[in-house]
Design a protein around this ligand. Structure first.
Ligand SMILES: [Zn+2]
Length: 259
């Protein structure tokens, strides 16, 4: 069994063949898929998908690139959505200084408010971090999630080993995606190989970040197997053992029900 812990299954790139994509994933052993929301509008779409497909679970949250209009009153709506039985996390939330679509203080406000919401609801968070290492680490350290049993995951981890160490120390997990398989990714592979086995997650971030084997194509949950294989080799395990390990980690972090 494999679990794709981050897939934007609601995006329109999947409109033509969403049923087939989910069926193909299942045929490749990817029996569970977590779909994170990015704004208030698509929260509902994500929840509908979780209702439609048994193996699909939802995360509810406002992405930093959608936080320009953030108001604390949105928390009420998020709290209501989070009450849905298939919501397993708050996400994706975080900071993005690459696109900088919202002013930094607004990004900080939205991120902090949602970290607090996750703590209040006893849910882990799914964190997006692009070129904002120092502030992400600082806001996590200041948040009530630091040191909790299942604080969350640094999604599509791509920072330095020092950053990995700091978030691991707070109890966070590291999510690895297609870039782990890219030819130039030796540094990322070194980090993934050093990270503790019980904190590793695999994800696709589909439709983005297709692995080397499918480079240039639309990514999809079935391809999470390529990430797991690469991660297995880095830890000297066979693919099945790594699939089992990362699935157990995802089940524990997101408290997914047994099949
Ligand atoms: Zn994403």
């Amino acid at each position: 069994m494999l679990i794709d812990t981050h897939c934007h299954l609601d995006f329109d790139r999947f409109d033509p063949d969403r049923d087939e994509v989910v069926a193909r994933a299942a045929a490749h052993g990817v029996s569970r898929i977590i779909v994170p929301a990015i704004n208030l509008d698509n929260c509902l779409t994500v929840l509908r998908l979780a209702e439609r497909y048994e193996g699909v679970y939802a995360a509810i949250g406002i992405h930093p690139n959608s936080s320009a209009e953030w108001q604390d009153s949105w928390l009420e709506q998020l709290r209501e959505y989070a009450g849905h039985e298939k919501v397993v996390a708050i996400g994706e939330i975080g900071l993005d200084y690459y696109w900088n679509r919202s002013p930094k203080p607004v990004q900080h406000q939205a991120f902090t408010a949602q970290l607090n919401l996750a703590h209040e609801l006893d849910l882990p968070v799914i964190i997006h971090n692009r070129e904002s290492d120092a502030d992400v680490v600082r806001l996590l350290q200041e948040s009530p999630l630091a040191g909790q049993a299942r604080p969350g995951v640094l999604h599509s981890f791509s920072s330095r080993w020092e950053i990995a160490q700091q978030v691991l120390m707070m109890g966070f997990y590291l999510g690895f995606t297609g870039p782990l398989t890219f030819k130039q990714a030796d540094e990322l592979r070194r980090i993934a190989g050093q990270a503790p086995l019980d904190r590793l997650l695999v994800e696709t971030d589909a439709p983005f970040l297709a692995p080397q084997q499918k480079r240039g194509q639309r990514n999809e949950p079935a391809y999470v197997a390529y990430v797991a294989e690469r991660l297995a080799a880095l830890h000297g395990l066979d693919a099945a053992a790594m699939a089992q390990q990362t699935s157990a980690n995802a089940m524990r972090l997101f408290e997914l029900p047994d099949a």
